[in-house]
Design a protein around this ligand. Structure first.
Ligand code: HEM
Length: 232
């Protein structure tokens, strides 16, 4: 029988996963209310797309928050890791459903177009093609980050290298924002979705700005008063 303790994650983390599950179900239900006649593949495409974007942003807010309130930002934080795991899961569900929804078996058409008059393919450079290709790069990063979100990878890559890989989160956020805005433009998405995207982008930019500023002032303080580090 599977024992909870054998999975080696405490109640705090189970509670986080429970809340994130409820959030995911609620968001998909809201999308169902928004588009009641759509099939579940479309509901999951849209719901999980926006959830993944929100989870990516939320995970990037935790570092600046910790710096602001606790004056430190540890390499590994359970909450950041768990939110990242859900960003990965919902992102993958979005990709699978988006591909199922948009293609009738020929996935390549989403990303490439046949060369005129010859064999081989070119990159699809229509707005949809650019958006899909950016989404594809984002998916590779998302899966990479999902794969290293565990104790084994943390031990294997050690703190610094693991932190380096985690920084791909910023590139991921940028790619997903562009992908989302492009789709919003040619899907003529309602204002509420556009507003949500703008709020997420502004909050993320402000938090990163505050985070960098706090990091720099702490770094300057550490070098000006190296002794003070040993007194705490
Ligand atoms: C190969 C990778 C990807 C493909 C092919 C893809 C495809 C699509 C498609 C077809 C749509 C439009 C859905 C519709 O309105 O019918 C869409 C929208 C969206 N995607 Fe992706 N996606 C990919 C990766 C991602 C990733 C990794 C994320 C987030 C982490 C993401 C977030 C979103 C969001 C938020 C929307 C909603 C934009 C709107 O309102 O139309 N996508 N994607």
């Amino acid at each position: 029988m599977l024992r909870l303790s054998s999975l080696n994650i405490g109640w705090q983390r189970w509670r986080t996963h429970f809340i994130l599950t409820l959030l995911t179900i609620s968001a998909c239900f809201i999308i169902h209310l928004y588009t009641p006649y759509a099939d579940w593949v479309y509901v999951l495409t849209l719901g999980c797309g926006y959830l993944s974007l929100s989870f990516i942003v939320f995970s990037l807010l935790i570092g600046p928050y910790k710096l602001l309130h606790q004056r430190r930002n540890p390499v590994n934080l359970d909450l950041r890791r768990d939110v990242g795991i859900w960003a990965g899961i919902t992102g993958c569900v979005h990709v699978v459903c988006a591909i199922a929804e948009r293609t009738r078996g020929n996935i390549i058409d989403l990303f490439l177009r046949p060369k005129t008059g010859g064999a081989g393919y070119d990159l699809l450079l229509t707005p949809g093609g650019i958006s899909n290709n950016l989404g594809l790069v984002a998916t590779v990063i998302l899966v990479l980050l999902l794969v290293i979100s565990n104790d084994f990878s943390l031990r294997r890559f050690k703190g610094k290298r693991w932190k380096f890989l985690q920084r791909f989160n910023y590139l991921l956020a940028l790619l997903v924002f562009i992908h989302t805005v492009l789709y919003q433009q040619f899907s003529h998405r309602e204002r509420s979705f556009i507003l949500l995207t703008i709020i997420l982008a502004v909050v993320l930019l402000l938090a990163q700005f505050v985070g960098v500023w706090l990091y720099k002032t702490q770094y300057a303080h550490k070098h000006a008063y190296p002794q003070s580090q040993h007194k705490h």
